[in-house]
Write a protein that binds this ligand. Structure first.
Ligand code: ZN
Length: 356
């Protein structure tokens, strides 16, 4: 009797042990399946949050950049709209000089400029470049003749320039320019993720120029070495993406900026000594800051062009420039209606300088 009950008890214990093992195995299997799933969900959420943070940071960077450019543009560009504004403004000598530059009568290519671009390329640089070479061996006389003819007929000559891109809307802008068969100039930065747009800028026949790798004033203007690195790194980057080595350059904030650590002449000397041809502007769209409407951009540009024979127009194709994108088709239509000659900047183009 007691043997039987011992046997039963033993069987019961064994059954319980087996059940326990079963449960452990089931829990183990469920854990193996569930844990990676939970981990994946956790990582997915984390990734989304980080993406959101990154977007916010990018927006903040763009806004800071816009504010900086707006500050510079407000100080330096207003007088280029014409003498009526100049008289009322409290802007400084460089700007007046810029306005004076804008009213040049002599529109032929300055031989000296081209020479500087072609003969002073340092030995460390690749001496033969597509743009530098074309400026050296066969200056585009057709273009120069077209400019002379246009001016003789009282037509406007206009260079549309877009800074700080490429950005998302750059592709749409390129569509618009293609639609109207207009070639422009893009002074780009080294922001990643838009290589296709860089390529398209070149493939569509627009000019591409350097506007520094980071557009971070504190880095770009920290020293001449830093400026050189910002520009040379970007030049190399553009070359690797597009096959074009450009020597066209626009200073972030223009040469009349108030943010460089050293006198601007230091950086200008570097450009002159190393074959970079820099361009400021004599017409600002005013889109450096927040503009109220596309009408404001349109009116700023058309008013500026009206007061110049040759206009280099500053616009932006960076983050938050929707008003500019809306204004560009209207600007082009108005210019084409008045038979203006719209050209891309090349090494042959007579530069507009705020500071020489
Ligand atoms: Zn800029």
């Amino acid at each position: 009797m007691s043997e039987n009950s011992d046997g039963l008890a033993e069987q019961e214990r064994r059954r319980k042990r087996i059940n326990l093992y079963k449960r452990i195995i089931i829990i183990f299997i469920i854990s193996i399946i569930l844990l990676p799933t939970i981990l994946c969900i956790f990582l997915f959420i984390k990734l989304n949050l980080m993406n959101k943070d990154m977007k916010e940071l990018q927006q903040q960077i763009s806004e800071i950049r816009n504010r900086q450019e707006s500050y510079v543009a407000q100080q330096d560009v207003v007088p280029s709209f014409g003498s009526d504004i100049t008289e009322d403004s409290n802007t400084e000598t460089e700007s007046d000089e810029a306005a004076a530059t804008s009213n040049v009568d002599d529109v032929t290519t300055e031989a000296a400029t081209t020479e500087a671009a072609t003969t002073e390329v340092p030995t460390t640089e690749v001496a033969t470049t597509e743009q530098a070479t074309s400026a050296n061996s066969s200056p585009n006389t057709d273009t120069q003749n077209a400019i002379k003819a246009a001016l003789a007929e009282g037509r406007k000559v206009v260079y549309l320039t877009f800074d700080d891109g490429p950005y998302k809307n750059t592709n749409n802008l390129l569509d618009v320019l293609a639609k109207y068969n207009v070639k422009a100039t893009f002074f780009v930065t080294g922001q990643k993720g838009y290589n296709d747009y860089l390529k398209r800028i070149v493939e569509d026949g627009h000019s591409i120029g350097l506007h520094s790798m980071s557009h971070d004033y504190s880095k770009v203007y920290a020293s001449v070495e830093s400026f050189a690195k910002e520009m040379c790194d970007l030049q190399e980057y553009i070359y690797n993406v597009t096959g074009t080595r450009t020597y066209l350059l626009r200073f972030p904030g223009g040469t009349s900026n108030r943010v460089s650590a050293l006198p601007i002449s230091n950086y200008i000397k570097y450009c002159n000594d190393n074959g970079f041809v820099y361009f400021d502007w004599n017409v600002s769209s005013g889109d450096g800051g927040n503009v109220a409407s596309a009408d404001v951009v349109y009116n700023n540009v058309m008013k500026g062009i009206k007061s110049n024979k040759i206009s280099v127009v500053l616009m932006h194709d960076s983050y938050g420039k929707q008003k500019t994108f809306e204004a560009v088709p209207r600007i082009i239509e108005a210019l084409q209606a008045q038979n203006a000659l719209i050209l891309p900047i090349t090494m042959d183009t007579k530069p507009v300088h705020h500071v020489n």
